[in-house]
Design a protein around this ligand. Structure first.
Ligand code: KIV
Ligand code: ZN
Length: 391
């Protein structure tokens, strides 16, 4: 019987940090790791220890600092990588080694120049070796998205036999359609012998903008861990966005799937990651973008002012964002102007509003957005100003 709990595996500090020009130093990684633990992620992938002394140090320091969350280090299916990762994780209260190898025909042929059977042997040896250091070993089948399902199931079986506790099924190139990725997870869930001893994990890239949709399809079809990053950052078009998966599950209770994430921390962590990495979050980014709770057209503004839910499916407070924002532009109506004027201290009658609105429109045609200071100016230059302030 599948559990209703979805584990959140955060890879902001490993896959997310692979964004060119966004390298974090150990101190920055420690600041973010502390906030990730507070956010409630189940696993922090802290780095790829063999890749550089800096990454080794980051994994080691994060392992010392983190109390309850599992700390994970990435390796290739190479003995020295695994040994170095185990060394970096030696202070972790809950260490996990994440090892694996490419399984698609193109990886097998062009990257490794091996046969399918040789890849299976490498997978078995890597997981067995990792198991000699830690109990919790996750195996990844790189490019699983383009790996034939029958062969992928064989690789997974061998990884489980060697002791893998989690099977990561990455859509490394972001190629799959949600229906294909979901069918892959379902196939593995139904056909891999021993699958009850491990959980399936979704690790989706966003090259076609489908990372979140694919991850959700994976969950619906039997996966119970999502690998994701804050703000969806990562190589090329990025990874699955943590905040999107978490809020989809929260907004759709009929899926009967839950995470341990404290959603009120989402906005703050998003800002923190964006500042430290120097990556600006696009304004229309779901959940954490600057415009995610902004309304600028008159029809929407009127609806939101009457009842927030008319045009908002998430309460901004639930993700730690400030209240819904009524943006004044030339497309705004009287309701929005009255609302914003009231916020800065002017209670307008219907007749006064009609007059001020005409003044507002000529301002708004000249400016992209009307700020609070502009509202004062608009009202002060309206012929009903004296009447408004003496009321
Ligand atoms: O995208 C991928 O395949 C990966 C693996 C190394 C887990 O990041
Ligand atoms: Zn990846």
């Amino acid at each position: 019987m599948l559990s209703t709990e979805v584990k959140i595996f955060d890879t902001t500090l490993r896959d997310g940090e692979q964004v060119p020009g966004c390298k974090l130093n150990t101190e920055q990684k420690l600041i973010i790791a502390e906030k990730l633990e507070e956010l409630g992620v189940d696993v922090i992938e802290a780095g790829f220890p063999v890749s550089s002394p800096g990454d080794f140090r980051s994994v080691e320091e994060i392992s010392k600092m983190i109390k309850n969350t599992t700390v994970c280090g990435l390796t290739r299916a190479v003995k020295n990588d695994i040994k170095v990762a185990a060394e970096a994780l030696k202070f972790a209260k809950h260490p996990r080694i994440h090892t694996g190898i490419g399984t698609s025909d193109s990886h097998i042929k062009y990257k490794f120049n091996l046969t399918r059977d040789q890849i299976i042997d490498r997978a078995f040896e890597a997981v067995s070796y990792a198991k000699s250091f830690v109990e919790d070993v996750e195996f990844y089948a790189e490019d699983a998205g383009r790996t034939e399902n029958f062969y992928l199931a064989r690789v997974c079986e061998v990884a489980i036999k060697a002791g893998a506790t989690v099977l990561n099924i990455p859509d490394t190139t972001g190629y799959c359609l949600p229906s294909e990725y979901g069918a892959k997870i379902k196939y593995l869930y139904e056909n891999v012998k021993g699958i009850e001893k491990a959980i399936l994990s979704c690790h989706c890239h966003n090259d076609l903008g489908l990372a979140t949709a694919n991850s959700i399809e994976g969950l619906i079809n039997g996966a119970r861990q999502i690998e994701c990053t804050i703000n969806g950052i990562g190589e090329r078009a990025g990874n699955t966005a943590l905040e999107e998966v978490v809020m989809i599950l929260k907004q759709h209770p009929h899926l009967n799937l839950d995470t341990n994430i404290k959603t009120k921390n989402l906005y703050g962590v998003s800002q923190l990651v964006s500042e430290h990495m120097g990556i600006y979050t696009q304004p229309n980014k779901a959940i954490v973008g600057a415009n995610a709770f902004s309304h600028s057209s008159g029809i929407h503004q009127d609806g939101v002012i009457k009842q927030r839910e008319t045009y908002e499916i998430i309460d901004p407070k639930d993700v730690g964002a400030s209240a819904s924002n009524i943006v004044l532009t030339a497309r705004s109506g009287r309701a929005a102007l009255a609302y914003r004027a009231k916020n800065v201290g002017y209670e307008l009658t219907k007749l006064q509003l009609d007059v001020v609105y005409l003044n507002f429109l000529s301002f708004a045609d000249r400016k992209k957005e009307i700020k609070d200071s502009d509202i004062h100016q608009i009202i002060e230059t309206s012929r009903v100003y004296q009447e408004i302030i003496s009321a």
